[in-house]
Ligand binder design. Sequence first.
Ligand code: XMP
Length: 508
Amino acid sequence: QSADAFFRASLPVALTFDDVSLATLYSEILPRDADTATALSDTLRLHIPIISSDMDTVTESRMAIVMALNGGLGLIHYNMPPRDQVREVARVKRHIHGLIQDPITTTPDVLVGDLLARIEQKKYAFSTFPVADADGKLIGLVSGNVLKERYKTKKIAEVMTPRAHLIVENKRAVAKDPIKAADAFFSLHVGINKMLVVDNDDRLRGLVTSSDVERITTESKALRKPARDDDFRLVVGAALSPVRKPDGSLDRDKITEHVGALVAENVDAIAVSTAHGHTAGVGEVVRLVRDAFPGLTIIAGNVTTAAGVTWLAECGASAIKIGQGPGSICTTRMVAGVGIPQLTALYVASRAAKDAGVRIIADGGITKSGDIVKALTLADAVILGGLLAGCREAPGEIMEINGKLYKQYRGMGSIAAMKDGSAARYGHDKNDTTRKLTAEGIEALKEVSGYAADVLGNLLGGVQSGMGYLGAKTLPDLRARARYIRVSHAGQKEAAPHDVIEVSTKKT
Ligand code: XMP
């Protein structure tokens, strides 16, 4: 059945991902040809519809960089002082793909033999080294063709190309678009394949190799393109906490100052993240940001009703987060007795969003790529917490327990996270010691799942596979073509591997 026929008929029972399955349709679309591009506003476009959650165990700059490099978006959490969050955003915006910001250098008095031994020991995959003095000043470049056994007793100073013979670029001159600058540099200086970048004091600030530039300039042909802004910088979003004054009123000056600092660093989206978005307070924050920073993409939430979507759209949000209590670490439904199972919430929200001309994002409860496909039949993008929390790029240390590797994952409504700052998200005040904070989330562990690029690659493969089964070339096609069927308990059992002993093929 179509979404309207299916979900209306199933009301008042609310359904979630495993309750339904999608019917296959005649297809001329190969999974690899399915286009996963989406948009969160008229200005913020992504190549993959996946966003990393603004949780303090999921997204800081490292995760946000890898999300954007893979075509998605990271939302930097707000459990840190505003100036630290601004710095995290700046790290993503200034991340220069291809510019090695901290190149490995050598010094002039080292012997060639010692450098050869270091290359062998560290297993460096390159053999050209900038030569710098103790202050970091560039004094030469030593290339692989002179790093030979026969010169092992010579000092680097004797075999290097001295600074006076090197062509370098100034950091300021290349800062806006280093790849374009490097492309021009290598076209001009035939035969040179390293661009050394220095500051005004001639200190080494970076290095670009011609092979990296070639790879990056052809990336538009690759399946997954980085999500960039109009100035070629990676995109990033930041979560905003509705800061209040001691009298309970919104601290409008602090909020404006904070968003102003994020905008000065070219943030691409602000996420007003709360557990209950259909409130006067959240509406006030959204309106404040919309009026003070026209054109800025505002994500707001969370809501699970049509009225909630309409409310946030009217206040000025361009994309609305849907989900109350579906998350893997959430206890809102148990603690507060509220929330609507996620797929029905998405259906209801999607109809209101269409009328209001806004986008919706499915936030929480996604445990496998099939859930993402189902969510995208109704929503423009998904937010992932648990599926990314085990990645190496998520904040936090890896711990070993009984020979297995884990990372911490906690709800932003857990006591520990609220004490670290997120209490406002759940309508509490972390400084209010007279009242007990009531947790709406738990603290947990996730098994380390490897690098985010690999996790995203697998999830995206599943999404494209789903699009292929439904004959959907684009995500709007997926939304238009989806046909749903209710799955029985026996059907759910049948959907997972059964009656076999699974053998792991994971490489160690
Ligand atoms: P997943 O299922 O991806 O969910 O791990 C992540 C989403 O869960 C929300 N979130 C919470 N919800 N209590 C809640 O009820 C919490 O403590 C909590 N912390 C995060 C949030 O929307 C996130 O993106």
